[in-house]
Structures are given as structure tokens and as C-alpha cells.
Design a protein around this ligand. Structure first.
Ligand SMILES: [Zn+2]
Length: 224
């Protein structure tokens, strides 16, 4: 058993689609000081609780799409009590999706943020325990993010702590957070998993990079 952030103790995690895996190690400890990169991603602290109330705040504010491509609307929700500035987090998510290396691919698609009515994509940042519940029937243990129809569920565990094979530096965590957003939203947009194409190549964004990079190098972008 492993002692986890928030004092919870978890058994090894088993995924439905794979052989049993252990909980991949994080790159950071919850006690590591925040960097500018962390604050830009919305963190106000790194040591969030393992379990939250299961209530969410829809980040307020309508932000128009910057481009002229196919319009995709995004709602961003943050579980209450997480040490996250929702508006900063939401801006980071939209900044990621509207980057020319993301699914918009230089103008083909453009993302707007909305709060009212149905959105094409809802991005949820949740405590590990709540994310595990939202991801059911996928078994994530709170260590893995997931996607369901219309919803990308990001676990705070990875948002705050990263994953060991990306490494601990702010740039590595920055790249990994771009990966998390692009990968899970990629599922919502209809993209399936891909394998590492070969030694030393950039990992496809739809490779399950939290579980391992294989022979590939880390990459957070669909069109790097
Ligand atoms: Zn996936």
C-alpha cells in the first residue's frame, strides 16, 4: 500500500483495458513549493485533499472564440474546496485548446468558453476521489484522468503533481498539463488511443502517456 496525498491509502489500481498497473508515481511531492508555471495553471496550493464535496463551480465568464474555424463550446467546472483559481484554470484550458498546436490545427477549429446551456465539451477538474467516481466504469483510482461523452475529467492528483516520467521541472509539468487537456478533450472530440510509433519519436497526444511513454518522448500536443 502507498500513502497518498490527503492521507488516503489506496491499493494498487487495475484498469479495465490493461494488465494491472501500479499507481504511477508523481513527479512532485504535495509539499513542493509552487512555481510560476503552477500558478499559471490555476494552482493556489499543491496539497489538495483526496476527497472533495462532489459539488462544482462553473467558472463564470463567456469568452468568444478567437478564430473562424468550426466552433466548439467549452464549459469549465472546478470542484469546490480544491486549491484552484477557477478563472486562471479555465483560461489555461482555453489557451491550450486554442493553441495552433492543439485540435484547432491552425484555424480548422476554434474554442469558445460558455457558462449557460449545453456545451460541446465540459472540462472538469476534480479531487482524486470525485474524479474516480465520475470516471466510473473506468477504474482510475483517482490517479488517472478520463473522458466520457461530452466530458473530460481531470484529476487534481496529476494536475498538481504530474507523472514521474515527464520529470519534475516546471517545463515538464507544463508540457504534461497540456497533454492532459489535449488528450482528454481529444477523446471527447472522437479520437482514440494511439501507440508510440517508434524509438525516440514524440509520443502521440493520444498515447496513454500517464501510464508510460514506452520508447517515445513526452509530448502534449496533437500537432506539435
Ligand atoms: Zn485516454
Amino acid at each position: 500500500m502507498r500513502k497518498l496525498a490527503g492521507g488516503a491509502v489506496a491499493l494498487a489500481v487495475t484498469l479495465l483495458t490493461d494488465a494491472p498497473v501500479r499507481a504511477q508515481g508523481p513527479a512532485h511531492k504535495p509539499t513542493d513549493p509552487l512555481t510560476d508555471a503552477d500558478r499559471t495553471a490555476g494552482l493556489t496550493a499543491r496539497d489538495g485533499k483526496w476527497r472533495g464535496p462532489g459539488r462544482f463551480t462553473v467558472v463564470p465568464g463567456e469568452v468568444p472564440a478567437p478564430g473562424n474555424g468550426v466552433l466548439t463550446t467549452v464549459r469549465v467546472e472546478v470542484e469546490q474546496t480544491l486549491p484552484v483559481d477557477g478563472e486562471v484554470f479555465a483560461a489555461y484550458v482555453l489557451d491550450t485548446l486554442n493553441d495552433r498546436r492543439s485540435w484547432g490545427r491552425d484555424g480548422e477549429r476554434t474554442f469558445a468558453r460558455k457558462t449557460e446551456g449545453k456545451a460541446d465539451v465540459t472540462v472538469v477538474l476534480a479531487t482524486p476521489a470525485t474524479s474516480a467516481r465520475l470516471c466510473d466504469p473506468w477504474i482510475t483510482g483517482g490517479f488517472l484522468s478520463c473522458a466520457k461523452p461530452g466530458v473530460a475529467v481531470l484529476t487534481f492528483y496529476r494536475w498538481a503533481l504530474g507523472v514521474e516520467w515527464y520529470g519534475p521541472g516546471p517545463e515538464a509539468l507544463e508540457q504534461y498539463r497540456r497533454y492532459l487537456v489535449n488528450h482528454e478533450v481529444g477523446h471527447v472530440l472522437g479520437h482514440d488511443h494511439k501507440d508510440c510509433p517508434g524509438r525516440g519519436r514524440l509520443a502521440p497526444v493520444m498515447q496513454q502517456q500517464t501510464k508510460g511513454l514506452g520508447r517515445c518522448r513526452p509530448n502534449g500536443w496533437p500537432f506539435p
